[in-house]
Structures are given as structure tokens and as C-alpha cells.
Ligand binder design. Sequence first.
Ligand code: PXL
Length: 282
Amino acid sequence: MHEQKRIIAIHDMSGFGRCSLTVILPVLSAMGIQVCPVPTAVLATHTGGFGEAVMQDLTDFIPKCLEKYKALEIGFNAVYSGFLASSAQIDHCLDFFKSYPDSLKVADPVMGDDGKVYSTYTKELVRRMSELAHAADVITPNLTEAAILLNDEYKAVLTAEEAGDKLERLMKITETVVITGVALTDNTVVNIGGNPDGRWLVKCDYVPQNYPGTGDLFTAVLTGGLLKGKNLPDSVSMATAFTQEAVKLTFNRKTLPRNGVFFEEILHLLPADNFFSKYIQF
Ligand code: PXL
């Protein structure tokens, strides 16, 4: 295959609010990776704070894309899934994973935040997300999604031991796991990652506001790092540093959280991919 890395991104396209493909496309492109989007749905806005969702489901479109790529014998270095619009899309993502067995398979098990499931998600879609997690090489749940995948009661704040225990249990599902936005009892917020080589923790600077789309920003940078050959702790660290920079910039502007984060102004940091937050082994 051509030297440049190529990735299939199976996510929704939300017109306003900065999440999923409107974040993933520019971020991975700035990292020098060719992104081929397969939209799961198109929405006017994301579902976090704009009232009832205006959404067009594209479930039937996804298998047609796969057939076309297979017929054209186009290869991909990674398949990266995220927000899905129906439980049938789980099968379609699994078909993509199976069709590119040598690719890096990243499943962001997007389902909810702050202990709540997103309004467009059905019970069946939530139930079946673990099938995708089992088939993936890398998963990046937040605490809400980790609790669902593990059948745990949602807890907003964990001790470091509890967080480590969740990571270990998720690593029985998928080899490489990163849990994002973990609030710990010592008042820190951390991202934690684990694979067969170890477990790492990256602290985030405290910002008293959550923004939608930051999970997508994080996993896009993480996936780009891994695809470019960086190891897990460096990739988690770079994704944390980039996301945190965008969050801090946005907090200082005092904009409505639902508008998402101003990542556009720091995209220039990405091509060098040499900025890191500190990580520690735990
Ligand atoms: O960032 C996750 C996400 C993706 N897509 C849509 C969403 C959300 C989170 O709210 O609403 C449409």
C-alpha cells in the first residue's frame, strides 16, 4: 500500500456542535492520515443540549460502502467506529472489522456521558456495543460507557484502585483499553490506558466545565498516534495534551459548552506530533 496511512471512520456527521466526523476528519488529516468517512447518520447538531435530535439514519448506506471498497480492492490501515444510529450498524461495523483483518480496529463505544445514555440510542444498540468492543483491538470508553460494558453501576468518582480494576476487567474484553475522563477521589481527572505491556495514567489540568466532542477529539489523536507507530503511553499522552489545550482555550472564551471546543485554532500542533503531557505507570 501507499506510504500514507488510510483510515475508515464510521461515525455520524453532525453539522453544528463540533463532534464526531467534523472533529475526526480535520484532526486525522492534520496528522497526515487519509480519512475515508462512512457516515452512520447525518444530524443538524449533536444531541447534547439542542433539544430534539434532527437526524437522518444512514444504516443502509454502510454495507454499500463496504461492498464498493472491497470491489475496488482499496486497503485501509485502520477501521475506527464511533456514534451509531441503529443496532444493525453493529453488524455493519463488525463486517468492516472482518473485511480488514490486518487493520488496527478501534471502537470508541460511544453510548453516553455523565451516567446517561444518549437520547437516540436504543436499549438493543447499547446491549450490542460490547460485541463491537470484543472484536476491536482498541477501545476508548468514558466512565459511563465503561460501566455499561462491565455491567457495573455508574459511579462518577472512583478511587485509583477502582479505576485500575475497571481497566483490568475491560482488558479482558479488548487488548488495549483507554478510559477517558476518570474523576478520582483525590480531585484529579485522569485518562488511563492499559495493554499487555503495562498501565499508564495521564493527569488532566482541572477545568470546571465539560464539553461535548472532547471524547472524539481525544480518540482521533490517540488513533493517529497509534497508526503512526507511537506506543500507547505516548499516544495517550499526546491525545490528552491536545484535548486539554483545546478545552483550556475554549473555557477562557466563555462560550456555550454545547458549541464544543475550539480545536481548529490548534490543529497546527498536530503535524509535529511531539507534544506530550506527563504520564506515570500505575
Ligand atoms: O461525541 C459523541 C457524540 C457523537 N455524535 C453525536 C452526539 C455525541 C454526543 O453527544 O450527540 C450525534
